[in-house]
Write a protein that binds this ligand. Structure first.
Ligand SMILES: Nc1ncnc2c1ncn2[C@@H]1O[C@H](COP(=O)(O)OP(=O)(O)OP(=O)(O)O)[C@@H](O)[C@H]1O
Ligand SMILES: Nc1nc2c(c(=O)[nH]1)N[C@H]1C(S)=C(S)[C@@H](COP(=O)(O)O)O[C@H]1N2
Length: 240
C-alpha cells in the first residue's frame, strides 16, 4: 500500500492577504507523494508484541511523517504588491524537484526589517515547529536589508560554511555576490538558510548547499528528507 498526500486545508494555492503580510499555509504533497517501499504502512504490533518489535515498527516500518519546510520571502515590494514574488515560488519549485520524501510547505511573504524577520522566524521555529526554513531577500548592505541582524537574534548555532559556500559558488555567476551577507544556523530543531532576493540566485545557492541539508536535519533531530540524486545527491556519512 502506498500513500498519496493531498492538500490539507482545501485552500489550494490562493494567497490570503493579511495586512501587509501575505501568508499561505498548506499541507501539500512532495513531488512524488509516495512513501518509499520499505516504509509502507502496516498495522503496528499488538500491545502484546515485544519491545523490540515495537521499536522496529516505529523506526523502520512506520511511514515517514512529512518534513515541514518554511519559505519566507523578505521584500518590501513583494509584500506590498509592488511586484509578484518570484523567489519564494522558485524555492518551492526547486525543492519539489529535489525532495522525494513527503513534505509540507509554510510560505510567507513579509516586509524587510529587523522585527518583521525576527518575529516571523521565531514563530516558524517555535510555534509552527518547522524542520527547515529557507528565506530569500534582505541579505545585502542597503538600509532596509536586515535579515542577518534578525538571524543573529534568532539562531542559537551559526553554520558559517553555508554562507561561505553560497557566496563562493555565486561569485562564479555575478561579482556582486560578495554583497550578500546570507548565512545559516540552527534554532532548536530547525535549520534556517538565507538566500539572496534575486530569483536567479535561488537554484545556484540551493544547489551549492542542499547536499548537506538532509544530514544536518538528522543531526539536529528534525524531520528526515530523501532527495532525487538526479537533482541533488544528499551526503550522509557511512553508518549515519
Ligand atoms: N522576491 C522577489 N521576486 C521577484 N523579484 C525580486 C524579488 N526579490 C528581488 N527581486 C528582484 O531583484 C532586484 C534586486 O533585489 P533586491 O533584494 O535588491 O530588491 P530590493 O530593491 O531590495 O527589493 P525590496 O525593496 O522589495 O525589498 C529587485 O529590484 C527585483 O527586481
Ligand atoms: N547567485 C547570486 N547571488 C547573488 C546575486 C545574484 O544575482 N545571484 N545578487 C547579489 C546582489 S546584487 C546582492 S545586493 C546581494 C544581496 O541581495 P538581497 O539583499 O536581495 O538578499 O545578493 C547577491 N548575491
Amino acid at each position: 500500500m502506498t500513500l498519496r498526500w493531498t492538500r490539507g486545508n482545501g485552500h489550494g494555492l490562493a494567497f490570503r492577504p493579511r495586512s501587509r503580510q501575505h501568508r499561505r499555509t498548506a499541507l501539500e504533497p512532495g513531488p512524488i507523494g509516495l512513501n518509499p517501499p520499505d516504509r509502507r504502512i502496516r498495522l503496528p504490533p499488538s500491545r502484546s508484541g515485544t519491545r523490540s518489535q515495537r521499536v522496529l515498527w516505529t523506526n523502520r516500518i512506520a511511514p515517514m511523517s512529512p518534513a515541514r519546510i518554511g519559505i519566507v520571502t523578505i521584500s518590501d515590494r513583494a509584500s506590498s504588491g509592488g511586484y509578484a514574488d518570484l523567489s519564494g515560488p522558485a524555492i518551492e519549485a526547486w525543492l519539489r524537484q529535489a525532495i522525494t520524501s513527503p513534505w509540507s510547505v509554510d510560505y510567507r511573504v513579509i516586509p524587510d526589517g529587523f522585527e518583521s524577520v525576527r518575529d516571523t522566524l521565531i514563530d516558524m521555529c517555535d510555534h509552527a515547529g518547522l524542520d527547515l526554513i529557507c528565506t530569500t531577500g534582505g541579505t545585502g548592505p542597503a538600509p532596509r536589508d536586515l535579515t542577518p541582524e534578525a538571524m543573529a537574534a534568532v539562531i542559537e548555532k551559526p553554520l558559517p560554511g553555508f554562507g561561505e559556500q553560497m557566496r563562493r559558488i555565486s561569485l562564479n555567476e555575478v561579482p556582486t555576490a560578495i554583497l550578500s551577507r546570507q548565512e545559516a544556523g540552527v534554532r532548536g530543531k530547525t535549520l534556517i538558510v538565507n538566500l539572496p532576493g534575486k530569483p536567479a540566485s535561488i537554484a545556484v545557492c540551493l544547489g551549492a548547499v542542499f547536499p548537506a541539508i538532509p544530514y544536518c536535519l538528522d543531526l539536529i533531530g528534525a524531520g528526515r528528507i530523501e532527495t532525487d540524486p538526479q537533482v541533488c545527491v544528499a551526503f550522509r556519512p557511512k553508518g549515519a
